[in-house]
Write a protein that binds this ligand. Structure first.
Ligand code: BGC
Ligand code: BGC
Length: 852
């Protein structure tokens, strides 16, 4: 990479000053600190809080001396439970296993806590099994316990970080970390991939909600407390005991700074900015003894972080004296120039100690072993990485801990969603709510009235919990998946009932008895990572149903309180204007009842809990104001960072301007065909050997020989789908062509699918090819014959093909110009209403095709 300009820090953030103060009085460095960066470095020196321990170092050296090179390389590799069996662990002696967002015991997103624990026991037993001759080195099991132990049914679900940022309450963060750690331990894991200390600068980013704040100071004020909550306080007996887990501070570095808010993109900033904004969370986290740091998917000035030796080794391990180990992100090493998911010595040489190689672990293990043997990775570097990993395992007492179910709280499932844990989460919900408007002091409401609770967020734990909940995207869950939770409606109903009031739930607002007041709960549907990237900050472009609902109730003379669920501030000026009161509730998690705690008065009329939340992200004035952050020169948001009314304030708000700032239509990313139309930039074509690329702009339309005919049909709305009728005269294709190549490389890393909502109306007698094209002579296709034949005739179904299948079948998924191509040589009658990228659990049927 190009050496970056090291500009001296002008205005050091608070955390940096604290860290500098810490280091100046205690000059001692971490065990394997490498050469420090230049004195003019913008990076603070940090005091690693654990003194070098000669007894520990001796244990590590003794163990290392007995390990074969195969065993050492094994420690550097982490596989995913969906692709790695305990038997593999026994054989390959891998250092770690993770459960990715969509990976569950038995493939069931709602697997029981007992099944999770049994799985943890099985991996542990395999790692300790020396029957094949290997050394017994206990495995580390990591999971995305990012808002509580959020992959497991029954766990306490905390508000996502964006809501926690609004609390400005580091002490409560510590409690949240403690509860998360205990619930994680109860189910057998000892490693949480948290906290995220991203400092999101562009709210279009699909991971904005994983960040505490756009302000580095807020992030810095939380990072240390959260690490201490998860791990216990260094120097206390609680540190890394059986009730705590190791943390992963992520994603190092610059994840929140990518251009246009594009997930896994490029953060193009000078090094001083990188340190001051994006680096702010690391000094306090390291000073608190964070045991792991996760490398980021993004690049910094064009160089992928997984290959960035300067930042991983010189800055993080050297200058900042980080004494834990660096873990990679999901095949993140595969994005380094010259690397693939299964082969990347460069990442280890750059300073990564453990690669997250979920489905690629075997190839990665073999190529790394070969690289060590060929001298492409030095013995010293290998030993240093293994020593760092072993150091963490020893500190955690893993060698003496026994199997996960036999540890301090292993198997104590009553801890999942325990009342005292839920009370912590409920407090967090109360403190995170931000009141943006309260005309005529409508709030707080008397619980003694007749309250209507409406909107599709009113009675949905899935919607209020957001992404990273039971599965990666947080979609497709039902009420019964959350035994320890309250919806927002349930919270309001219980309190109103106790006070002698009444409530009615009507998602569509169509009440039976006219209410005194309505609470309308609406907002974003769950998403995670790049699937949540959006082109601008419009709220549900093209769908004004929530606005219409609020307006209808108002027109009927009913005062309306809007409760907005979202993973980021969005442009909702029209909804704010339409409602009397407006609450930004973020993604509160399992404790929907925390909302009633603040919105409703006590039965005696007094205030139960006042609003405390203050915006930790600036609220946009228009839908195009996505990167207007506190401290900037042109700072001019609708509601400033720090804004948030209380009941003591005069809450009246003059009508806001209603121009969105959007010109022209912008399509949702990852949707290629919907409502009967191709997405902007795509065109429909029919093709055969005798007639190529015939545009299909009018309906109906057919190839001259009648081999393929296209007409409009209805699925959910009038003419929102297309019927494709092949005569069998000759092979013919329906093509969605793109003028500019579409890059789905990042979506192909993982289990993202190309999904077609379709209906079969004929028998399937021959292959039906679904393919993608990537230019002259470049394509990959999959036969849908078996899948289609298995579908009930005449019914709409969502059929998914893992994107990886197209890559395996020969396509270059980095430059697709035909997405997709649907081809048949035989007679066939098929209708299609939607073509889009989607998560595994969003498909009703997944096509079985080779992914490796
Ligand atoms: C995410 C990480 C996460 C990991 C494991 C990645 O895609 O970026 O935040 O910890 O997957 O699920
Ligand atoms: C996994 C996530 C991971 C993502 C990365 C998903 O399949 O479940 O944990 O973060 O892929 O693309």
């Amino acid at each position: 990479m190009k050496p970056m300009k090291r500009i001296p820090l002008r205005k050091p953030a608070l955390a940096v000053l604290v860290a500098l103060a810490l280091v100046s009085c205690q000059p001692e460095h971490g065990p394997a600190a490498t050469q420090a960066a230049a004195p003019s470095s913008p990076w603070p020196e940090v005091k690693w809080p654990l003194a070098e321990d000669p007894a520990l170092e001796k244990r590590i050296a003794d163990l290392l001396a007995t390990m074969t090179v195969e065993e050492k390389v094994g420690q550097l590799v982490q596989g995913d439970i969906a692709s790695l069996t305990p038997e593999d662990v026994r054989k390959y002696r891998l250092g770690s296993v993770l459960a990715g967002g969509n990976s569950d015991p038995g493939g069931k997103y709602d697997a029981s806590p007992a099944q999770w624990l049994a799985l943890a026991d099985a991996y542990y037993a395999a790692s300790m099994d020396t029957s094949g001759g290997g050394k017994a080195i206990p495995i580390l099991f990591g999971i995305d316990a990012v808002h509580g132990q959020s992959n497991i049914v029954g766990a306490t679900l905390f508000p996502h970080n964006i809501g926690l940022g609004a609390m400005r309450d580091p002490e409560l963060m510590r409690r949240i970390g403690e509860v998360t750690a205990i619930e994680t331990r109860a189910t057998g894991m000892e490693w949480a991939f948290a906290p995220t200390v991203a400092v999101p600068q562009d709210d279009r980013w699909g991971r904005s909600y994983e960040g505490y704040s756009e302000s580095p100071d807020v992030v810095a004020s939380y990072a240390g407390a959260m690490v201490e909550g998860l791990q216990g306080k260094v120097g206390s007996p609680a540190f890394l005991d059986g009730r705590h887990v190791i943390a992963s501070v992520k994603h190092f570095l610059g994840d929140g700074g990518t251009s246009n808010g594009k997930d896994q993109g490029d953060t193009a900033v000078d090094e001083a900015t990188l340190a001051r904004i994006h680096g702010a969370g690391y000094p306090p986290a390291i000073a608190a003894g964070a045991q792991t740091v996760m490398a980021s998917f993004n690049s910094v000035n064009g160089e992928k972080m997984h290959g960035n030796r300067h930042l991983l080794t010189e800055v993080l391990k050297g200058r900042m004296h980080f004494g834990g180990f660096v873990v990679g992100d999901w095949n993140g090493h595969g994005q380094v120039k010259g690397c693939t998911a299964t082969d990347c010595p460069a990442t280890i040489n750059a300073g990564l100690d453990m690669a997250m190689a979920p489905d690629s672990w075997k190839g990665f293990y073999e190529s790394t072993l070969a690289a060590v043997k060929a001298g492409k990775i030095s013995q010293a570097r290998l030993d240093e990485a293994v020593a760092r990993i072993l150091r963490v395992k020893f500190r955690l007492g893993l060698f003496e801990a026994g199997k996960p179910s036999a540890r301090t709280v292993g198997g104590q499932f009553a801890l999942l969603g325990a009342p005292e844990h839920r009370a912590v989460a409920r407090q967090a919900v109360r403190e995170s709510l931000v009141l943006l408007k309260n005309n005529a002091g409508l709030l707080p409401l008397s619980p003694k009235q007749r309250i209507l609770v409406a909107g599709d967020g009113a009675d949905s734990v899935g919607k209020q919990a957001g992404g990273w909940t039971l599965n990666w995207q947080g979609t497709g869950t039902t009420r019964k998946d959350f035994p320890n939770a309250d919806t927002i409606y349930e919270g309001i109903a219980a309190q109103a009932k106790a006070a002698g009031g009444t409530t009615e739930l009507a998602v569509d607002g169509k009440y039976k008895a006219k209410p005194d007041v309505a609470v309308v709960v609406f907002g974003e549907d769950p998403y995670a990572e790049f699937q949540g990237d959006i082109p601008n900050l419009s709220y549900k472009p093209g769908n004004d149903a929530d606005l219409a609902l609020i307006k209808r109730l108002k027109a009927e003379g009913i005062p309306v309180v809007a409760v907005f669920l979202s993973g980021r501030p969005l442009w909702v000026n029209r909804e704010i204007n339409a409602a009397d009161a407006f609450v930004a509730a973020w993604l509160p998690g399992s404790e929907g009842a925390g909302i009633a705690d603040v919105l409703l008065r006590k039965a005696d009329g007094s205030v139960q809990h006042d609003f405390k939340g203050k915006l930790s992200f600036s609220w946009p004035r228009t839908a195009t104001q996505y990167a207007n952050n506190v401290g900037q020169k042109d700072y001019d948001p609708q509601f400033k960072f720090g804004y948030g009314l209380t009941y003591a304030d005069e809450g009246d708000l003059a009508p806001l301007p209603e121009e969105s700032g959007i010109t022209g239509e912008q399509s949702a990313s990852g949707v290629y065909f919907a409502k009967g139309k191709p997405a902007i930039g795509l065109a429909l074509q029919l093709s055969s050997a005798s007639q190529a690329n015939m545009p299909a702009t009018t309906m109906p339309v057919a190839l001259a020989d009648g081999s393929l005919k296209l007409s409009a049909v209805d699925h959910k709305a009038q003419e929102d789908a297309r019927r494709l009728q092949w005569s069998g005269a000759q092979a013919a294709r329906w093509v969605l062509a793109s003028a500019t190549p579409i890059d789905v490389t990042r979506e192909s890393n993982g289990d993202v699918q190309l999904q077609l909502t379709l209906r079969r109306d004929s028998a399937i007698t021959a292959p039906v090819w679904l393919g993608v094209g990537c230019g002259e002579g470049c394509s990959g296709r999959v036969d849908l014959r078996k899948t289609l034949a298995s579908l009930p005739q005449g019914q709409w179904k969502v059929v998914g093909v893992p994107l990886k299948c197209f890559a395996v079948a020969g396509a270059d998924v980095g430059k697709l110009v035909q997405l997709p191509v649907l081809e048949s040589a035989a007679a066939l009658d098929l209708s299609v209403s939607r073509i889009a990228l989607g998560a595994l659990n969003e498909a009703e049927v997944t096509v079985d095709c080779p992914v490796k």
